[in-house]
Write a protein that binds this ligand. Structure first.
Ligand code: KIV
Ligand code: ZN
Length: 406
């Protein structure tokens, strides 16, 4: 049986961009959208056109620029919103109108001040109107995970009957748990979708740090589209991280037999581009794209990685586009890493020279957080000479070959 395809819906430019400190101007949005297209995202949500003229212009520009990807525009279930989204998407090669309304009682009572029946009617009208403009309409039930399940199923059924072919189940406040969310997705698949050609999508926020886990649980339960952002940017604690979902599916294909269209060697470049645009780096230990994601400092780890990267790496840096495997030299580093770094710097060290250098290195590393190449060179005795020749003997066992992963 061939692996099923998961559509990657990127909302970096909409849900990501609307979070504090992540705003982008028009040329930046277009640059990011081009990179997302290169990356292989299936859908780019480019903005919320009724929210501002800037968002309208961004959707319009991305729709004109990106011809090999579906471009989505967000709108509430209100007539002016839908018309504005449709207008912004006018020139898109593959437009998608994405309309949403909240379905939880707490949102109905305190935010929308609408009855359940009114929300059902708003859904019917908005989806029907959107279908007049676009062949592809997505409907989202905001705060789905805190909604009454029977009512949620009723609203989703109305959306499908009015013409939505993608129904999105957001965990708007990052509240759900993987087992609970997968139960909800199975229920929707059985009670709402049945035999119909309708895609179930999920959109998870990260308030409990579970956005990626919840997205993966939903895929196992039948979701075939995931909404996510580069670097996991988004409201509050962020959205599910695109790179983490994609690599979890790739690395654990043994457990998760699904594929995406993402060219994973473009992940690092996408992350770096976004960081440079919004002027904010991911934390060093961020999975997949963080500065330390492929760095090994402890001596025992460095020795293992030098012998065979499979010892401590479950994916290669190259597979996600990280330029090189970086061994960070610090006080926990061992002799093997030190000797290898000297070799890379072109210095031949015999065993006793390695010992002597290691002693001086340890003293220095106790005082300095990081030891740089210049420090290492300064540590060497005058007897040691730089050479292009490879290290003899022991270094023959060092294998930097890229491992293969099944
Ligand atoms: O988090 C959310 O519920 C959303 C919807 C608009 C899809 O972003
Ligand atoms: Zn969201």
């Amino acid at each position: 049986m061939s692996a099923e395809r998961i559509a990657i819906f990127d909302t970096t430019l909409r849900d990501g961009e609307q979070s504090p400190g992540c705003s982008m101007d028009l040329p930046e949005k277009v640059r990011m959208a081009r990179q997302l297209e290169t990356l292989g995202a299936d859908i780019i949500e480019a903005g919320f056109p009724i929210a501002s003229d800037g968002d309208y212009a961004a959707v319009e520009a991305v729709a004109r620029e990106c011809r090999d990807v579906t471009v989505a525009a967000l709108c509430r279930t209100a007539e002016p919103d839908v018309r504005r989204a449709a207008a912004a998407l006018r020139d898109a090669a593959r437009p998608r109108i994405h309309t949403f309304v909240a379905t939880s009682d707490i949102h109905l009572q305190f935010k929308l001040k609408k009855t359940r029946a009114e929300v059902i009617e708003m859904t019917r009208q908005a989806v029907g109107l959107a279908r007049k403009y676009a062949a592809e309409v997505e409907f989202s039930a905001e705060d789905a995970t805190r909604s009454d399940v029977a009512y949620l199923c009723e609203v989703l059924t109305v959306a499908i009957e009015a013409g939505a072919s993608i129904i999105n189940i957001p965990d708007t406040v990052g509240y759900t748990l993987p087992t609970e969310f997968s139960r909800l997705i199975r229920t929707i698949k059985e009670r709402v979708v049945g035999d119909r050609k309708v895609v179930i999508s999920v959109h998870c926020h990260n308030d409990l740090g579970l956005a990626v886990a919840n997205s993966l649980a939903a895929i196992e339960a039948g979701a075939r589209q995931v909404e996510c952002t580069v670097n996991g940017i988004g409201e509050r604690a962020g959205n599910a991280s695109l790179e983490e979902i994609v690599m979890a599916l790739k690395v654990r294909a043994d457990q998760l037999p699904f594929i995406t269209g993402v060219k994973t060697p473009e992940l690092y470049a996408s992350s770096q581009l976004l960081s440079s645009i919004i002027g904010s780096d991911v934390q060093p230990n961020k999975a997949i794209v963080g500065r330390n994601a492929f760095a090994h400092e402890a001596g025992i780890h460095q020795h293992g990685v030098i012998s065979n990267p499979l010892c401590y790496e479950i994916m290669t840096p190259e597979s996600v586009g990280v330029p090189t495997n970086s061994l960070v030299l610090g006080k926990h580093s061992g002799r093997h890493a030190l000797a290898l770094r000297y070799q890379e710097l072109g210095y031949t060290l015999g065993p006793s020279e390695v010992d002597a250098a290691y002693e001086r290195f340890s003293e220095l590393a106790d005082r300095k957080k990081r030891v740089y190449d210049q420090d290492l060179i300064a540590l060497l005795s005058v007897n040691t000479r730089a050479t292009d020749a490879p290290l003899p003997g022991a270094s023959a066992a060092i294998n930097w070959a890229v491992p293969t992963y099944t």
